[in-house]
Design a binder for this molecule. Structure first.
Ligand SMILES: [Zn+2]
Length: 182
């Protein structure tokens, strides 16, 4: 089976990737639900939801997009009529491209094929397009962070095994001693 996102030559404008990355990769933006009766009440509730979940200080880029429906500045000409619609568009695009990267990877692994170039960073989980086939992180910083994490995990495993062996030997010796006493 050969299904590779980058082989299909999708007209994927870089801005879609930028939209998908407006929020950090290691979080899942929730769907906004309300049972408010009026548009005004819904808007007020959504405003609260935004400030609680995505405070401007912490998510400035994302908030710049959501807070300016219809005249989103840098990335896209989103014509979403309201903040809620804007939020939904961003979340939708983000889910779609992240799913494409995950599914593409799964298919490639199952069919023992080359990994598609649309990927999720192995360290920060950001979506990116790999420049080389063996590039697994979005940039060099994440690359060295990932190597460091793997190294530490290996060292930890080694340490754990060593302790396990020591306590095993310890137990065996105690058992031997007990046997000797009898
Ligand atoms: Zn990264």
């Amino acid at each position: 089976m050969h299904l590779q996102v980058d082989d299909v030559d999708l007209p994927m404008a870089p801005y879609q990737l930028a939209i998908a990355n407006l929020l950090p990769g290691d979080m899942e933006p929730p769907n906004f639900r309300t049972d408010a009766y009026t548009v005004a009440a819904e808007a007020a509730e959504f405003e609260q939801f935004l400030d609680d979940r995505f405070p401007r200080e912490k998510f400035p880029e994302f908030r710049r997009e959501v807070d300016n429906p219809g005249r989103s500045p840098v990335l896209w000409g989103c014509t979403a009529p309201s903040k809620i619609a804007c939020y939904q568009v961003i979340v939708e695009i983000r889910r779609m491209w992240r799913a494409a990267a995950s599914v593409g990877r799964l298919i490639a692994v199952m069919s023992n094929d080359r990994l598609p170039l649309l990927r999720i960073c192995g360290f920060c989980q950001k979506l990116f397009i790999a420049g080389r086939n063996n590039q697994m992180t979005c940039d060099k910083k994440c690359g060295s962070a990932l190597r460091w994490r793997r190294k530490r995990a290996k060292a930890k495993e080694y340490e754990l095994n060593r302790e396990l062996n020591i306590s095993r030997k310890d137990r065996q010796q105690k058992l031997k001693k007990k046997g000797a006493v009898k």
